[in-house]
Ligand binder design. Structure first.
Ligand SMILES: [Zn+2]
Length: 560
């Protein structure tokens, strides 16, 4: 039987990674009992380190032998010689128990953490340790969360899990290893965190850098857990550092497909014992990886230096949840926001925006910018599109561009994808993209630079009925009255803002009268009205206008 194997339990596996690292081994299969014995030595180093680490009580609470007041522990002073002695005896005792299990094939218990069979009897082990150090056996001592995090039972613990009506059976390997967990913990948004990943080497590398840094810290007299008061920034910078190292060492040419990172955030202390799991998905890791690859590390550091303290509004939370990072990426008051490249990368990787949508947004922004006078150019406000007049100006510009062929209906749909069909509504996001590019109308190198980056999202299909209605109406009109009359009667009237509900109803009834099946009164209701039967027409009218301008522009080109 192998004594040390990965268990699938994030606490134990992280602890085993620490032991593996301290034993200077890379593979768990290479780790022998003798190696672990060497790592523990006389047990004093582990005891002294854990006595100092602030993270120790986050794993074991304050009921354990190292913090037991009846053995002499004093707040402010720390563990007494007696605390240390008992703690050493406990850890060495667990290692002895591991040795006893080494030749066991079928034990009478199954470990509820790793699933291995064993013959470990907690009570006799505990009695033996007490006898060895000359302490009285504490009656009713059972294995609780002072021995293994979150393992409370009704017998010993108020924070018992619903199913835990008895003490758990945990094998000595799991109980022993876990004493190496405190040195591998970081604080993430105020909670202790351990990691799991589809890539074992990824987790191992994260853990070993934390361990090295923590050991050095303790030696230098600082026992604070890494990440105190940093929110999620501690992990963001660590991931960036790590990816940079990998890229410099050329160990990976790319992040392995599907790599993700699971973050177990837990607390085992006091009355707030709990555990939550967060996933940092592949696209979020890819974003950080590419940011390093394209030399945008400094730009991210700038964002991080300005991020709010509340983890809910920090960069890592936004990329994990796949949301736009409005507080950091966009210019706001004195904050200039991200540079174009970081912004674009973020939109492609995290927000699934297409390159086409980004390009169109920048072209529109650039044209709009050029229409402004010098004063206007200098005084662009971040919240520019909260003002409807500004939105109308941009809409008008888009309609002009549709007429000259610079903006197709399909382009528009990329930038303002539909979020509802009945009645038609489009996403606000397009306004955000345009307002960002108003600050960077001419920085266009990103397109070339990111040529190898895959499309962020899928191309959005425009509304088929709007396209059809426009085409049928256009052909009918031009056939009857000619192209120039169409321009004068329709496009010019649109510019004047006179074509509204009545006109649209006319379009529908004309097409219905001509026998087209999708333009009956019922269709009209479904297409144009909200649940209460009130027509919601502005977006629909605008999309008709764009289409008709496109059709006119194309016909005009053919004529010339
Ligand atoms: Zn176990």
């Amino acid at each position: 039987m192998k004594l040390f194997e990965w268990t699938g339990n994030p606490f134990v596996d992280t602890s085993l990674m620490v032991i593996l690292h301290l034993a200077n081994k890379n593979e768990i299969s290479e780790l022998s009992y003798e190696d672990v014995k060497d790592v523990l030595g006389d047990g004093r180093e582990l005891a002294n380190r854990n006595a100092k680490l602030k993270s120790f009580t986050m794993v074991f609470g304050t009921n354990n032998s190292l913090y037991q007041a009846s053995y002499g522990y004093k707040k402010g002073k720390g563990p007494s010689e007696k605390n240390l002695k008992i703690y050493v005896a406990e850890t060495k005792g667990l290692l002895d128990e591991i040795g006893k299990n080494s030749k066991l094939e079928n034990g009478q218990y199954v470990c509820e953490i790793c699933g291995k069979s064993n013959n470990f009897d907690f009570e006799s082990y505990y009695n033996k340790v007490c006898a060895e150090v000359g302490e009285k056996v504490k009656k009713g001592k059972v294995l609780g969360r002072d021995w293994f995090p979150l393992s409370g039972s009704l017998g010993s613990d108020a924070q018992a899990l619903p199913a835990a009506s008895r003490a758990m059976h945990i094998c000595p390997t799991c109980l022993f290893s876990i004493h190496y967990l405190p040195v591998a913990l970081i604080l993430l948004g105020g909670k202790s965190a351990v990691f799991q990943s589809t890539s074992q080497s990824f987790t191992m590398d994260l853990v070993t850098t934390i361990v090295d840094e923590m050991i050095a810290r303790v030696k230098a007299g600082n026992s604070d857990t890494i990440g105190k008061k940093e929110g999620t920034k501690v992990l963001t910078t660590r991931l960036l550092d790590y990816f940079r190292r990998l890229q410099e060492e050329k160990r990976w040419s790319n992040l392995p497909d599907y790599t993700n990172l699971l973050v177990w955030k837990f607390s085992n202390s006091g009355t707030g014992a709990d555990c939550e799991l967060e996933e940092i998905p592949n696209n979020a890791l890819m974003f950080l990886w590419e940011a390093v690859h394209y030399g945008l590390r400094q730009e991210i550091d700038k964002l991080l230096s300005k991020e709010p303290k509340d983890p809910r509004f920090q960069l890592l939370t936004a990329i994990r949840e796949g949301k736009d990072y409005e507080r950091g990426l966009y210019p706001y008051k004195k904050n200039p926001g991200a540079n174009v490249e970081l912004f674009v990368l973020y939109q492609l990787k995290i927000c699934s925006v297409t390159k086409r949508a980004l390009k169109i947004a920048q072209i529109i922004a650039s044209k709009y910018f050029n229409l402004l006078d010098d004063k206007g150019k200098k005084n662009i406000k971040s919240e520019i599109f909260n003002d409807n007049t500004n939105k109308s100006k941009v809409r008008r510009l888009m309609a002009d561009m549709a007429e000259t062929g610079e903006l197709s209906f399909e382009d528009y749909t990329q930038l303002f994808p539909e979020i509802d069909r009945h009645p038609i509504k489009v996403a606000w996001k397009g306004w955000n993209l345009i307002r960002f590019f108003l600050y960077h109308p001419e920085d266009r190198e990103w397109d070339q630079k990111f040529s190898k980056i895959e499309e962020g999202g899928k191309e959005v299909k425009p509304h088929p009925l709007i396209k059809k209605a426009s085409e049928l109406y256009f052909n009918d009109y031009v056939e009857r009255k000619g192209l120039e009359r169409f321009y004068k009667d329709i496009l010019e009237e649109f510019k004047r803002g006179t074509l509204k509900r009545k006109w649209l109803e006319g379009v529908f009834s004309r097409l219905a009268a001509k026998g087209y099946s999708e333009f009956t009164m019922e269709d009209w209701d479904e297409f144009c009205c909200d649940e209460d039967g009130n027509p919601v027409l502005s977006e629909l009218l605008f999309q008709m206008r764009l289409n008709l301008a496109n059709l006119y522009g194309n016909s005009k080109k053919e004529v010339n």
